[in-house]
Design a protein around this ligand. Structure first.
Ligand code: SF4
Length: 299
């Protein structure tokens, strides 16, 4: 299967980009594995290939298409969505903005292209602090859709945000008692959690980090043992980055069913049939690109 995928990639002049929450076998066939920020940068940099096979969820493939409109972007599993992105529509965001006239909108990239198009600047969990800080001393800032990431930024920067009431159902349901029990069971392990987890979980952790910085920390730090509080796909990335270190996943419930829809079979089918193409209508893409490019300039 792997050989057939690689042969078809050569034939189609395609590259495979995969999110760190994808399964290990998908990460292993990818040309690049990264978090949302890394994937945004990479998608923009793809020059030689004509086709991008995007292994992740729909909003990520949309972002790749927006940033590199000259390429054919295919998503092997077009039904792979993000429940957090679906917590806000463009119409709801327009109403939210109308209640706070003049307030800039910071939009987490885990959102639809239509919502990005209504926003001033995007952010990822890796650069949210920088992005919000870049807005300077404005009286109000709207932050959509993840309230947990918004609260994390608020607490770190010491400034109030007006957050949309969305969240990632995978990270949101991590019970704090599980975290306490695991810390007691693994007292020598450093706990790192994702900022999409609730505040009481973040309070238990030594590090609150996006997935890319988690991997960087594991690679560079002198600590050898970690408890990992994010989606379980990252375990493979961590083990590849620091094979001699010990990583324990915090909880089996931290598994995103949408991310796990992509399989070797669906990647092969996508390459064989050249489907499913992701295309964002030009009038939406132009505005969404502005918000994403604004983020890339800051970070
Ligand atoms: S892990 Fe959460 S934020 Fe990421 S795709 Fe799944 S539901 Fe969306």
């Amino acid at each position: 299967m792997k050989d057939r995928i690689k042969a078809l990639c050569r034939q189609r002049n395609a590259v495979i980009l995969a999110h760190t929450y994808q399964s290990a076998e998908i990460q292993d066939i990818a040309d690049y594995v990264g978090d949302s920020y890394g994937l945004s940068v990479k998608a923009r940099e793809v020059t030689d290939a004509e086709v991008i096979i995007f292994c992740g969820v729909t909003f990520m493939a949309e972002t790749a298409s927006i940033l590199n409109p000259g390429k054919i972007v295919l998503i092997p599993e077009p039904s792979a969505g993000c429940p957090m992105a679906d917590t806000i529509t463009a119409e709801q965001l327009r109403e939210f903005k109308a209640k706070h006239p003049g307030a800039p909108v910071v939009c987490y990239v885990n959102s639809t292209a239509e919502v990005k198009a209504e926003s001033d600047i995007c952010c990822t969990s890796a650069n949210a602090l920088k992005v919000v800080a870049s807005l300077g001393d404005v009286p109000e800032i709207l932050f959509v859709p993840d309230r947990h990431l918004g609260r994390f930024v608020e607490r770190r920067l010491g400034r109030k945000l007006i957050c949309w009431d969305g969240c990632c159902p995978v990270h949101d349901r991590l019970p704090v008692q599980v975290v306490k029990d695991m810390k007691a069971k693994y007292p020598g392990h450093v706990l790192m959690v994702h900022p999409e987890t609730p505040a009481d979980i973040q309070d238990e952790a030594e590090h609150v980090l996006a997935t890319g910085p988690m991997i960087e920390l594991a690679r560079k730090s002198s600590d050898g043992k970690y408890l990992v509080g994010t989606e379980d796909g990252i375990m493979h990335s961590l083990k590849c980055a620091a094979p001699k270190k010990d990583f324990v996943h915090l909880w089996g419930g931290l598994r995103c069913p949408e991310m796990k829809l992509t399989t070797m079979e669906s990647v092969l089918r996508s390459l064989e049939r050249m489907e499913t193409r992701v295309q964002v209508p030009e009038e939406i893409a132009v505005k969404a690109r502005r918000a994403i490019e604004a983020m890339l300039r800051v970070s």
